[in-house]
Design a protein around this ligand. Structure first.
Ligand SMILES: *[C@@H]1O[C@H](CO)[C@@H](O)[C@H](O)[C@H]1NC(C)=O
Ligand SMILES: *[C@@H]1O[C@H](CO)[C@@H](O)[C@H](O)[C@H]1NC(C)=O
Ligand SMILES: *[C@@H]1O[C@H](CO)[C@@H](O)[C@H](O)[C@H]1NC(C)=O
Length: 496
């Protein structure tokens, strides 16, 4: 949401304040952190790996990492998963693995292969079947994407934009705020080129909201003969799989007036902003709709509001198009810990948002999260794998073991409910999210153990990926993200 007038800012600030009070008064209190339940099977003696170094271990040391640097020992386990392509059409919601997550052993972490003190963690190997990998990106020439942003923010996002947009015949137009740094435009375009991001930019001194709304005209003027969909995104909108996106839109006839996007997950937001497509999940306007709207452009431009609201007002006032809600697009209006969303047994989201918001708890490194696609394809991102001892890997995100009290534990593999890990409003607050994310279940506070992915290293031109999942001590008031390192699980993916 981007506010225009001071009045709106004041209103939003006031409602945030109320919300904040509501949350802090009614917040469920967490019990003290449970001891780490790292399993205790002995290490596999057949593992012939002669020495061990942790990829990018340095981020585990020092600040926010291991406190005693003169003795950087750590509890660690390793899993090696080789993937083999098969004729299975898609992944099941959860795929069983035939091995247990191995016991962790204490090792010394180092980047130095010649260090005589290096030891190796217990390692388990397995092979999993995956759907056959596509050889190329889809042809997305029917889509043109637009975003209003600054050079600095766009530069930061290019790696992630490259994941979904490269080599797909699509077009992305950035409506840029002029930068004080004269080198910025050139630098950003060069970086985009090196990452195969099909970026073009225009620049204007308009305010943010006007640059956003103006995209309607800018995208139309930059269309090609194949353009059918005009898509408004934020610089932190992330598409996991462009193939899924293209496939999803096949069912709509773009010559008809379609207005497609996602509602807010939070009904309170809708009480304020209304029934409309919220920008972060991506707003998709068909060619038919855009041609109908353009004659009203000037009038709509004058009705000041947030960018996504301006679009909605314009569409509702002048056409009979109504929002079509594509449920797998996600604005992700959730405060606090988003893990329940990512770990739920649901189809892969089409889009996610707010993954780099300033709310630390919701930060997800989507770049590293999606690296594993080079080994096992986009459909493998966030795919759930269940170890024989009931640990659950959400690929690129976490490895968790639910507590025995939790419904998700009893029905692991079948329970599609989403653990409500984010802040809610006490009492009836769960209901505020059920229209979008239900069924929900309450937070597992009985001793769930979580390792979050913090690093992914690509080796052998993408044929091997080493992911590090880290458990940290719990700090009051937030998920374990900033605590001290308590244990590490490395998952190495390679092609069989
Ligand atoms: C907090 O809880 C109290 C008592 O259960 C309830 O009356 C109040 O409405 C709740 N506040 C919010 C913001 O949900
Ligand atoms: C750090 O490790 C060294 C070497 O094992 C040990 O002598 C020292 O007591 C440790 N310091 C702390 C604060 O634990
Ligand atoms: C991804 O992981 C690598 C390896 O640890 C790390 O250097 C990098 O900072 C991480 N995040 C991004 C966005 O590259």
């Amino acid at each position: 949401m981007h506010l225009r007038s001071t009045q709106l800012i004041a209103a939003a600030f006031f409602s945030c304040l109320l919300l904040w009070f509501g949350i802090s008064l009614n917040r469920t209190t967490s019990p003290p952190p449970a001891p780490v339940q790292i399993p205790t099977e002995p290490p596999n003696p057949n593992d012939e790996q002669p020495f061990y170094n942790i990829p990018a271990a340095s981020h585990l040391m020092g600040h926010n990492g291991i406190k005693n640097l003169s003795n950087p020992r750590i509890q660690m386990a390793k899993v090696h998963i080789a993937v083999s392509q098969s004729d299975m059409p898609t992944f099941p919601l959860m795929q069983p693995l035939d091995v247990k997550l191995p016991a962790s052993t204490e090792i010394t972490i180092t980047d130095d292969l010649n260090d005589p003190a290096v030891s190796r963690p217990a390692t388990t190997r397995t092979t999993v079947k995956i759907p056959r990998l596509p050889h190329t990106q889809p042809d997305a020439s029917a889509f043109i994407f637009g975003l209003a942003t600054t050079y600095e923010r766009l530069e930061e996002s290019l790696d992630t934009i490259s994941h979904w947009s490269s080599n797909s015949n699509t077009k992305i137009i950035g409506h840029m705020q002029p930068s004080l740094d004269p080198d910025a435009p050139d630098r950003v375009l060069k970086k985009a080129q090196s990452l195969s991001v099909p970026l073009g930019t225009i620049e204007s001194g308009l305010e943010f909201l006007d640059r956003y709304f103006t995209l309607l005209k800018v995208l139309y003027e930059n269309r090609t003969p194949t353009t059918k969909w005009y898509v408004f995104i934020d610089d932190d909108t992330f598409f996991l799989s462009l193939s899924n996106l293209v496939q999803t839109f096949r069912k709509y006839d773009p010559e008809l007036p379609w207005y497609i996007g996602a509602l807010s997950e939070d009904f309170n937001q809708m009480a304020t902003w209304g029934y409309m497509a919220y920008g972060g999940g991506g707003i998709f306007l068909s060619h038919g709709l855009v041609e109908t709207l353009l004659p009203y452009y000037d009038g709509c431009f004058k009705r000041r509001n947030t960018g996504d609201k301006m679009l909605a007002q314009c569409i509702y006032k002048h056409t009979n198009a109504k929002l079509t809600w594509e449920h797998n697009l996600h604005q992700l209006d959730l405060h606090g810990d988003h893990s329940g969303f990512y770990e739920a047994l649901r189809p892969q989201p089409l889009s996610i948002h707010h993954w780099k918001s300033e709310d630390f708890q919701s930060i997800v490194d989507v770049y590293n999260m999606s690296r594993v696609a080079s080994v096992c394809g986009n459909s493998c991102i966030l795919q759930k794998f269940r170890f024989a001892n009931d640990w659950v890997l959400t690929n690129g995100y976490s490895i968790v073991k639910y507590s025995h009290q939790d419904a998700g534990y009893r029905d692991l593999g079948k329970d599609i409910s989403m653990e409500r890990t984010w802040e809610f409003y006490g009492g009836t607050g769960m209901q505020h999210f059920e229209h979008s994310l239900g069924p929900l279940r309450k937070m597992d506070e009985g001793g769930k153990v979580s390792f979050r992915m913090e690093s992914a290293v690509v080796e052998e031109d993408g044929r091997r990926i080493r992911q590090l999942y880290v458990k940290r001590t719990h700090l009051e008031g937030e998920y374990s993200g900033r605590g001290e390192v308590e244990g590490v699980i490395e998952v190495e993916w390679s092609q069989a």
